[in-house]
Design a protein around this ligand. Structure first.
Ligand code: HEM
Length: 335
C-alpha cells in the first residue's frame, strides 16, 4: 500500500468511527421513552384544538373502539368530573342555602295577614298530590345519590371509611338507576296535568313587576299559579327532560354514539342536576317554612280561603264562578 493510500484508509476509518459515535445516540434517542412522552405531550397539546382528535393504535380484535389510545377531550372531561363540577355544585347549592337563610332572616315567614277564614277551598286533588309527591320523593333520593357521585369521595369517605362508602355508593347507584323511571313518569304527568295553568301571560309580568308579594308590600293578583311558580314549573319540565335524556344515555352507553357524545351528556346531566337541586331547595323553602299555609295545598289538598284570596285572587274568582267554593263557613268537627 502506498503511503498516500494508508493515509486515505486511516481518514476513512476515522470518519466511520465518528459517524457511528454521532449516529448511535440519535437512534437511541428516538426510542427513548422519556423523549417519546415529551413528543406525546406536544402532540396532545396540538390535538386539543380538535375535540374529535384521537391517538389510534393497531389492534386485531374486531371492536375498533379498543384501538383508541389517547383522546385529549377525555382529559378535559376528567378535569370537569373531578374539579369543575365540584366547584359549580358547591357554589350553586351552598349559595342557594346562604341566600335562603339570609332571606329568612330579613323577610321572615310570609304570614297570612288576614288570618284564617275557617273556610277551605280545594287546591290540588288526590291525583295531583300523588304525582307531585311521586316526583318529589324520587327527586330527593336521586339528588342525594347523585350528589354522592360528586361530593361523596370528598365528604363521606373520610367520615365513614372505604368499606361503608363502597356499600353505600353501590346501593346509591342502584337507587339512582331505578328511581329515574318513576321520576320521569312524575315529570311527564305534571307536564300534562299542569301545562294549562302554566301558560305565561301579562298577569305574570305584572306579578313580577310588583315583586310577587315576596319583596315589597301587598300581594299582586295571580291565577292558579303565579309567575314564580310558572318559572318553577317550566324549569322542572325542561330540566327534568334534559336530566331524563342525558340520564338514559348514561344508563345505556353508546346509544348516544361514542365516548365523546357520552361525555357531553354527562356534563349536561351534572350541570342541570345541581341547578335543579338549588331551585328545588328554594321551592321546598317557600312550600314549608317560607310561607304560612302553603304546605296544606300539597298536604291535605285544601287551603284556607283567605290564603287562596291573598296569593291567588284571580284563581279564587274563577273557582267561585264554577261554583267550587263552599258558600258558608265550614262546620268545625266536635272535639
Ligand atoms: C320535597 C319537598 C317538597 C315540598 C315540601 C314541596 C311543596 C310544594 C307545595 C306546598 C306546592 C304547592 C304550592 C301552591 O299551592 O301554590 C308545590 C307545588 C309544586 N311542586 Fe313541590 N314540593 C317539594 C318537592 C318538589 C320537587 C322535588 C319537585 C320537582 C322536581 C316539585 C315540583 C312542584 C311543582 C312543579 C309545583 C307546582 C308549581 C309551584 O307551586 O311551584 N316539588 N310543592
Amino acid at each position: 500500500m502506498r503511503p498516500g493510500a494508508h493515509l486515505r484508509f486511516l481518514l476513512a476509518a476515522l470518519l466511520m468511527a465518528l459517524s457511528v459515535a454521532f449516529v448511535a445516540p440519535v437512534t437511541a434517542q428516538q426510542v427513548n421513552p422519556t423523549a417519546d412522552s415529551v413528543r406525546e405531550r406536544q402532540f396532545l397539546d396540538a390535538l386539543k384544538a380538535n375535540p374529535q382528535a384521537e391517538l389510534q393504535g393497531r389492534i386485531t380484535i374486531p371492536d375498533q373502539r379498543a384501538a383508541t389510545l389517547e383522546r385529549p377531550a377525555g382529559r378535559q372531561w376528567r378535569e370537569f368530573q373531578q374539579v369543575t363540577i365540584v366547584w359549580i355544585g358547591a357554589i350553586v347549592v351552598l349559595g342557594m342555602l346562604a341566600v335562603l337563610t339570609l332571606f329568612y332572616l330579613i323577610r321572615g315567614r310570609i304570614r297570612l295577614e288576614a288570618g284564617p277564614s275557617g273556610r277551605t277551598i280545594t287546591r290540588f286533588n288526590a291525583f295531583e298530590r300523588f304525582m307531585h309527591w311521586l316526583t318529589a320523593a324520587c327527586f330527593v333520593l336521586l339528588a342525594l345519590s347523585g350528589l354522592n357521585v360528586t361530593f361523596g369521595k370528598l365528604l363521606l369517605l373520610p367520615l365513614i371509611g372505604p368499606e361503608a362508602f363502597t356499600n353505600l355508593s353501590v346501593a346509591a347507584k342502584w337507587a339512582h338507576n331505578f328511581l329515574a323511571w318513576p321520576f320521569m313518569l312524575g315529570i311527564a304527568l305534571m307536564f300534562l296535568v299542569w301545562i294549562k295553568d302554566n301558560i305565561p301571560g301579562l298577569v305574570d309580568v305584572k306579578w313580577f313587576a310588583a315583586g310577587g308579594g315576596i319583596v315589597g308590600k301587598g300581594h299582586p293578583p295571580a291565577r292558579r299559579f303565579n309567575g314564580g311558580q310558572k318559572v318553577v314549573f317550566w324549569s322542572v319540565v325542561i330540566g327534568g327532560a334534559l336530566l331524563s335524556v342525558s340520564g338514559i344515555y348514561l344508563i345505556f352507553p353508546f346509544v348516544a354514539g361514542g365516548v365523546l357524545e357520552l361525555q357531553f351528556w354527562n356534563v349536561v346531566h351534572g350541570v342541570v342536576a345541581v341547578l335543579m337541586v338549588a331551585l328545588i331547595l328554594a321551592h321546598i323553602y317557600i312550600g314549608t317554612i317560607g310561607m304560612e299555609g302553603a304546605f296544606d295545598a300539597m298536604g291535605s289538598g285544601e287551603v284556607d280561603l283567605n290564603w287562596a284570596k291573598t296569593h291567588h285572587s284571580l284563581w279564587v274568582e274563577e273557582e267561585q264562578k264554577k261554583g267550587h267554593v263552599p258558600a258558608g263557613p265550614n262546620l268545625q268537627p266536635a272535639e
